[in-house]
Design a protein around this ligand. Structure first.
Ligand SMILES: Cc1cc2nc3c(=O)[nH]c(=O)nc-3n(C[C@H](O)[C@H](O)[C@H](O)COP(=O)(O)OP(=O)(O)OC[C@H]3O[C@@H](n4cnc5c(N)ncnc54)[C@H](O)[C@@H]3O)c2cc1C
Length: 323
């Protein structure tokens, strides 16, 4: 007999019973609608244990990799701890290991957690500041290549949490984080598919992690990374990305500047327009868009109109919190 845990509830499943039926039998109100695996209203996540493959049919690859499943189709073959996808993982303590400036307004923060965090580069974590504010920061690190978690935080003028991180945080400090969250990451399975990565500002954090992760997992198809900024100083990590391109012929990096002063080696124009001019047809491509929310929305429309399938477009808009 198998059992599921949902919050404080422990439920033994009867033979052939689905997770949804078991939860409803116990009087636990969870969202559902069609009960036949189409509407995806009963989407849940397993924090412990692996849901059966049939419960993941039709879900996008990154959701499968995050252990998402449809409760109405899930007849577990092992014990599972399950939660609603909107429920956040419990906060964990992290220690600051390193603080390194990458440019005038971008700081790289290295964090270590007591228990190893299982994540995909490009996902994000929520960071709690001592003032009780929470902000999201993307994971630029790659498990197995980097020690701990690496964040790249841009200081915004008047920004409360980014200001605190830049001014106060130092090695040895502790803070609370929640995660990993989000589905903007690389999944293996289509190793020759062309990848297009477009980002502005610190949107390079998830994209650099995704590119390195794809290469580490043996991606053979072309990987084109376009990074845009208004000023030269905003094009951080240039040397590192050029070295990566020199080591991996399938990886190409194009820095783009939308301002006036364009040095050799940089493309002129807004980053998604430069990418669009270079690759007008994106049918069969996988596309990752990160950074300024306006750019992400415009580039999403551009990628869709250029033929990329909606399920192959992954987004990480850096929306500003209004609290
Ligand atoms: C999924 C995700 C991933 C992210 N990843 C990264 C990352 O890797 N790196 C990174 O640097 N950032 C990232 N961000 C952005 C980050 O979460 C914060 O939004 C950013 O650091 C600003 O937070 P803050 O507290 O410093 O600024 P806030 O104090 O929230 O202010 C932000 C700016 O908006 C202005 N502002 C504040 N309130 C209002 C208002 N009510 N109306 C209009 N303007 C206002 C402020 O003057 C300031 O300029 C990510 C965001 C998301 C959603």
């Amino acid at each position: 007999m198998v059992a599921i845990r949902f919050g404080t509830h422990e439920i033994d499943l009867t033979d052939g019973e689905t997770v949804l039926d078991a939860l409803l039998r116990e009087g636990i109100a969870v969202p559902y609608s069609c009960r036949s695996g189409f509407c995806q209203t009963c989407l849940m996540c397993a924090s412990q244990g692996k849901p059966p493959r049939e419960a993941m049919q039709g879900l996008r690859d990154t959701w499968k990799a995050s252990n998402y499943f449809l409760a109405c189709r899930c007849k577990p073959v092992m014990d599972l701890e399950v939660r609603l996808t909107g429920d956040l993982p419990a906060p964990v303590r992290a220690r600051v290991q390193s603080v390194q400036p990458l440019s005038q307004d971008i700081l790289e923060i290295g964090l270590a957690t007591d228990e190893r965090l299982h994540y995909h580069p490009g996902q994000f974590i929520n960071v709690e500041s001592p003032g009780g504010l929470t902000r999201s920061y993307s994971l630029a690190s790659v498990p197995g290549e980097d020690d701990g978690l690496l964040l790249q935080v841009r200081r915004l003028p008047g920004g409360r949490v980014s200001g605190w991180i830049h001014e106060t945080l130092k090695p040895g400090d502790t803070l609370h984080i929640q995660g990993p969250l989000g589905d903007c990451f690389y999944c293996e399975g289509q190793p020759v598919q062309p990848l297009l990565l477009i980002g502005t500002g610190s949107g390079l954090a998830p994209l650099s992690g995704i590119a390195r992760d794809a290469l580490r997992q043996g991606h053979k198809g072309p990987i084109h990374l376009f990074h845009g900024s208004r000023s030269r100083d905003g094009l951080y990590l240039q040397d590192c990305l050029k070295r990566l391109a020199a080591r991996h012929p399938q990886f190409q990096y194009t820095p783009c500047l939308s301002g006036q002063d364009i040095p050799p080696g940089c493309a002129r124009g807004r980053v998604h327009e430069v990418a669009q001019a270079r690759f007008p047809c994106l049918s069969g491509w996988r596309v990752f868009l990160c950074g300024h929310p306006d750019m992400v929305q415009q580039a999403r429309m551009m990628a869709f109109m250029a033929g990329a399938a909606i399920n192959d477009i992954y987004l990480d808009p850096f929306n500003v919190a209004l609290t």
